[in-house]
Design a protein around this ligand. Sequence first.
Ligand SMILES: Nc1ncnc2c1ncn2[C@@H]1O[C@H](COP(=O)(O)OP(=O)(O)OP(=O)(O)O)[C@@H](O)[C@H]1O
Length: 596
Amino acid sequence: MGVKKLSQGVKNEGNGSNDNVFASCSFSSLGLDSNLCEQLHERLGFEVPTLVQAQAIPVILSGRHALVNAATGTGKTAAYLAPIVHLLQGYENRIQRSDGTFALVLVPTRELCLQVYEILQKLLHRFHWIVPGYVMGGENRSKEKARLRKGISILIATPGRLLDHLKNTTSFLHSNLRWIIFDEADRILELGFGKDIEEILDLLGSRKTAHDDQKNTVPRNSKIQRQNLLLSATLNEKVNHLAKISLDNPVMVGLDGKKIEQISTAVSNDHSESDEDNEDQYSSKMPTVGDYKVPVQLIQRYMKVPCGSRLPILLSIIKHLFEREPSQKVVVFFSTCDAVDFHYSLLSEFQFSSYPQTEGIRQKFLGCKIFRLHGSMVQEDRRTSFQTFKTEKSALLLSSDVSARGLDFPKVRCIIQYDSPGEATEYVHRVGRTARLGEKGESLLFLQPVEIDYLQDLEKHGVSLTEYPVLKVLDSFPLQKNYTKKSVFLDSHPWVLSLQKALEAFIMSKPEVDKLAKKAFCSWVRAYTAHRGELKRIFMIKKLHLGHVAKSFALKQQPSLVGQSFQKQAKKRKIFERKTGVSKKRKVGSVTERRP
Ligand SMILES: Nc1ncnc2c1ncn2[C@@H]1O[C@H](COP(=O)(O)OP(=O)(O)OP(=O)(O)O)[C@@H](O)[C@H]1O
């Protein structure tokens, strides 16, 4: 079969400088309309294409299906939006709103939906007859229906809401649909949207075996009626089924030879069997282990931190980062929404006399602006956090994995993974929120001593980390009067001990934060037990001392006390599962997000 690898007209990958990011050609040399090239320059500030854009744009212009794999922050969004806008503006008969939707971009989260929409708006500035729009969970359905009725030429959507409109909004016209794009394809599937996606493809007549029936506007330079694109920084076995059912003879952009061979075999598989029958056979042929592309200039480090000292060390590291460079942005990832809420309250309010001379004077421990973002927040708060953190020059964002994919927060200098991410793909996307487009960035991964084998798991994917000098950072903080000696052990370091004591006292004095801490503890334990596959061996709840886990939420109570509410929840869950037959236990990462 004709799967093709593309690497034309671009510079070879270099060593972390701009050579590694940008191509040596212009947007117009790739065949894009001159007005569009001006928009790319004037509205988005793009002077030359990135490497992935230089590779993908000609492929997409040619009408071929494509699977695009490039590191985080390398410009994949414009790589698919620009050629689509080019092709649409070039239709002989100008498209009209009443023609309905021509291109559909599916994204895993609401924030990514808004982000892609904003970029699209800028690209379309001079092409007012091409209408951008979005539909996503959390928005007003009737308003969306009205917009769909008027007509949206390029529609960005989250899968659940799109499916809803496909089934229930009769005025949603998609008979002219020519492009379906899956941005962050693997994440869409990981979030459990696999069945929705299949249904969407069926409803749109875009399963590989089906033929679309476009009749109206036919593009000038192309005979191809439907063109599907899959993009992600981590294309792995999860995408195989989607690639198989949605891509026809695709061009692979940015994949190495071995992966191309594996994916080619899978994509060209015999389709006479049912999908279910094919799935196992198919999975075994897809790459399960391979190198992920992490920005080369990213400094990746880990910290081995005993469970009971995690919280004071997290606070110390954040304080240190902002004291070292007051004007910067930092993102901290947690495994659950409850953990985000608890740490947000704690970090926003916690006061501490950190220096001996200020002992007794209450002042905020962290002086920076703090934001939170997770899938269980009210939509309006979610939108505000996302937009505000984006524009801030100096701020801290506490987030669940809802921010891990695709979000482009300018100038984030450091990513802290306080709770480990689970699969290596998620590690790669989380750290990908920094070091974007050749910029500097660093990442810190917290690991407990019993979790240290996780480093080997990352190694298998070509990701290596060095150790962060955490003791040196702790030593840089002043000791209070009653502590004199420093320690070589993190958990007996006087700074850590005094901070932990202060944190516990703070929680005791704040019943509402104490409540959040208990809730966060329960969710954390639940998320920890939800690790799957190989990772189960590394992240074993049995290996942890629950008393130390409680300490990491500044809780003094014995785990059994906290555990009672956990047991109650577990009991409730079991009853729910017995009644409904639906398991609430999902993989870590998605266990936390009620509304991705
Ligand atoms: N040709 C270009 N010139 C300058 N900046 C660009 C160019 N293309 C993209 N960018 C900028 O690079 C950043 C990353 O782009 P984008 O978000 O599309 O990356 P991505 O590859 O989709 O990342 P992720 O895998 O994290 O989703 C954005 O700030 C974008 O505006």
